[in-house]
Design a protein around this ligand. Structure first.
Ligand SMILES: *Cc1c(COP(=O)(O)O)cnc(C)c1O
Length: 269
């Protein structure tokens, strides 16, 4: 849906089915294998959000899918790009999601969490072999000239350094307890509600599907508006409601937020 606007502008992209959960993994890998078999000569790169497809309705798939899909591509000489813009910096329980998967991408895209969300900054990491291509001899016209006005913006980089200092103080470890606490609250307050389906957790990402909504408004709009009444700013994806709290959230704020979510579910189902 997000791509429709850009139809005909971008280079051709092939899409492989996304496993909605672990049970879908064999089928998804089979479909990928078929695409690779038929098209591998025409494919330069494979883009994947490791562990969680976020904007595509918070599908959680395990490390095994990420590992196998990555290996299948890399064995064919296809570069693998992990988009960790949403999940990087601790969201899935490790500093980077790929660290749980036993593989290394050829490119790692990072943003959002790198400045704690306070300033715009994005980073792409890659191997030395690929990086060196940017600096191939200029005279031979082989360098890859690509830059931005605000590359390495000093203020944003200072913010990223300050954020990285905090990660150096054990944030990812502390989050494990916080994640368990939030999970417990959700199990107690949300799981018993009949409108709540597929309540799931991966690190500091929590999601569920809302079912049984009968209203006339678009569900996501209804949830957003009801959320405001309860003091919560939510942006559902279709009928998927997700919660990616800041790591500084206090136990009180967790209780308030989960209580508000329960209130929203009760009001709408
Ligand atoms: C936010 C987000 C993007 C967009 O990143 P920009 O730096 O705003 O272009 C891409 N991928 C994922 C997974 C995101 O969450």
């Amino acid at each position: 849906m997000y791509k429709d606007t850009y139809k005909g502008i971008f280079c051709t992209q092939l899409q492989t089915p996304v496993p909605k959960d672990d049970a879908d993994v064999p089928q998804a890998l089979h479909a990928l294998a078929q695409i690779l078999e038929q098209e591998h000569q025409n494919i330069s790169a494979f883009i994947l959000e490791p562990l969680i497809q976020c904007a595509g309705n918070m599908h959680f798939y395990g490390a095994d899918f990420v590992k196998q899909a990555t290996q299948m591509c890399q064995e064919r000489g296809i570069l693998v790009i992990f988009d960790e813009i949403a999940v990087g910096f601790g969201r899935t329980g490790s500093l980077f999601a790929y660290q749980q998967c036993g593989v290394k991408p050829d490119f790692l895209c990072l943003s959002k969490g790198i400045t704690g969300g306070y300033l715009p900054l994005a980073v792409v990491l890659t191997s030395d072999a690929i990086y060196d291509k940017f600096y191939a001899p200029y005279a031979q016209n082989k360098s890859f000239l690509h830059s931005h006005s605000y590359t390495g913006n000093a203020l944003a980089c200072a913010c990223a350094n300050a954020t990285l200092d905090l990660f150096g103080q054990g944030v990812v470890e502390q989050n494990k307890m916080l994640s368990r606490y939030i999970q417990t609250c959700m199990q107690e307050q949300l799981a018993p509600l009949k409108g709540v389906k597929n309540l799931r957790t991966c690190g500091m990402v929590f999601a569920f599907e809302l079912e049984g909504y009968q209203g006339s408004k678009r569900l996501s709009l209804a949830v957003y508006q009801k959320g405001l009444e309860f003091g919560l700013l939510l942006r559902p994806l279709g009928n998927t409601i997700y919660f990616m709290p800041p790591y500084t959230i206090s136990p009180d704020e967790v209780l308030k937020s989960v209580g508000a979510m329960a209130g929203i579910v009760r009001a709408l189902t």
